[in-house]
Design a protein around this ligand. Structure first.
Ligand SMILES: Cc1cc2nc3c(=O)[nH]c(=O)nc-3n(C[C@H](O)[C@H](O)[C@H](O)COP(=O)(O)OP(=O)(O)OC[C@H]3O[C@@H](n4cnc5c(N)ncnc54)[C@H](O)[C@@H]3O)c2cc1C
Ligand code: SF4
Ligand code: SF4
Length: 412
């Protein structure tokens, strides 16, 4: 601040960028306009602000006490902000009191109309000067960072993230489902290579489960997050499984005895490889408890919370498909052979209930298959406004899968 007035002493420096800016924008007129603004004690134009001459001028002006704060109108801050701030620091002012306003990429390069481009650049520079009047010096702070990461979501993205982080440090991987793998575990073959999704995914799932640096919690969601980057306190909410995954050997004796089909293994390759009780079906008769050779059943188990301290959180919660019945003209709810792409994948995947066979509701192989693309996508009224970015790819894959199973099928 100027000792006399208490107003910051701001220097405004505009760059011609060898004509890149000044061929379109009348930079001299902007200098005239901003010169009278509060706090501005100096405004000038240079051919190349990033050159030694340009930087040297700002440095001298700071060192000689002529200015304390700097607004530069030039190219994108991505290019030179750090260079200019380092120079400002060297010259003796707080680097956070130097700002760049982009009048090249966001003005001269994108507007043909010289008057309008000048008007826009003028407004941007004036805005930067007003902001500069309000800015406060900032000093970098150092603090300890928790050397542990939380990954939320155990689909292929979360699994990959967890494994990569675990090369260096501890990871907690959580998934709200009773198993990891996300949607990919329910896919059949995968584009572009037509590999079976389980062949790619299950080794990674097992690696996650056995990795000494990864703690896996399924049926777990984030209840709350406090703190900041480097030091988060996260409260996790665990829903009960009613079977202790550390003790269950997946022998299946409980399921053989259960009269309600309430205790099941989610699917053959599920990780964790442990049974789970569906309390909607369970009558708590206790038969499973009696036959379990390892005393793994926990009918009294309740939801619980735990707090974890982590330095970073990776969100990999993937996607939820829309319910096509919201778009009535597709008649999804009215015909058993109108299925979603995910239901198609389910039939052919490791989780298949049809013996990995594509079939109609009457059990026969379809002779004609039509694919409707973009259902619920790019629709401003029903479903999502955005493109799913995958339906064009997987429908081509699924069309080829149909033809592999039935080369005479009529596929549209
Ligand atoms: C019909 C269909 C066919 C496809 N075919 C192919 C193909 O052939 N090849 C290909 O490369 N891609 C294909 N895809 C795309 C592929 O499925 C996705 O790109 C991939 O599954 C995305 O993985 P993800 O880990 O990001 O998300 P997801 O698979 O959605 O996994 C997200 C995980 O996060 C968990 N989760 C969600 N919310 C929370 C929460 N709040 N707390 C904790 N956990 C949470 C979920 O339970 C889930 O396990 C297909 C997609 C569809 C719909
Ligand atoms: S308590 Fe009875 S109904 Fe419930 S899972 Fe066990 S055997 Fe099945
Ligand atoms: S009987 Fe016990 S160990 Fe065997 S699958 Fe059931 S819960 Fe697991």
């Amino acid at each position: 601040m100027s000792e006399k007035t208490g107003v910051p002493k701001i220097g405004v420096y505009l760059c011609r960028c060898g004509g890149n800016i000044s061929d379109v924008i009348d930079v001299e007129s902007i200098v005239d306009e901003v010169s009278g603004m509060d706090g501005v004690v100096f405004a000038d134009v240079q051919d190349y602000m990033c050159s030694s001459a340009g930087q040297g001028q700002i440095k001298n002006d700071i060192e000689e006490g002529r200015i304390e704060r700097v607004v530069i109108g030039c190219c994108s801050p991505k290019l030179h902000l750090e260079t200019f701030r380092a120079m400002a620091k060297k010259a003796g002012t707080n680097p956070m009191l130097l700002e760049i306003t982009n009048i090249r990429e966001q003005c001269s390069w994108v507007h043909d109309d010289s008057d309008e481009a000048t008007r826009k650049a003028n407004g941007l520079i004036k805005g930067a000067v007003s902001r500069m009047n309000e800015l406060e010096s900032l000093e970098p702070i150092t603090k300890d960072v928790k050397d542990k990461a939380l990954v939320v979501g155990g689909g292929i993205a979360g699994i990959t993230a967890a494994l990569e982080i675990a090369d260096e440090r501890e990871v907690i991987l959580i998934d709200k489902a009773p198993y990891i793998g996300g949607h990919m575990i329910g896919l059949s073959k995968t584009f572009p290579t037509f590999d079976c999704s389980q062949c790619t995914l299950t080794p990674k799932m097992v690696e996650v489960f056995n990795h000494p640096n990864i703690t896996l919690y399924t049926q777990t969601e984030v209840a709350s997050v406090d703190g900041n980057v480097g030091d988060f306190k996260v409260t996790l909410h665990h829903s009960p499984r009613y079977v202790d995954i550390d003790v269950c050997t997946s022998c299946g004796r409980c399921a053989d005895k259960c009269p309600k089909d309430a205790i099941t293994l989610p699917f053959a390759q599920a990780i964790p490889q442990a049974y789970i009780i569906d309390m909607e079906k369970c009558t708590e008769c206790g038969l499973c408890e009696k036959v379990c050779p390892t005393s793994a059943v926990r009918l009294e188990e309740e939801a619980k919370e735990r707090q974890v301290d982590v330095g970073a959180i990776t969100i990999a919660t993937g996607f939820e498909p829309i319910d096509p019945s919201i778009i009535e003209e597709y008649n999804y709810n009215h015909h058993p052979d109108i299925i979603t792409a995910i239901e198609f994948e389910d039939m052919l995947s490791a989780k298949s209930k049809t013996g990995m066979r594509l079939q109609k509701a009457d059990g026969t192989m379809p002779q004609k298959v039509a694919f409707a693309l973009c259902v619920g996508s790019r629709d401003f009224n029903r479903g999502n406004k955005h493109c799913s970015k995958v339906c064009c790819l997987y429908s081509q894959k699924q069309a080829q899968l149909v033809l592999k199973m039935n080369k005479d099928a009529d596929v549209t």
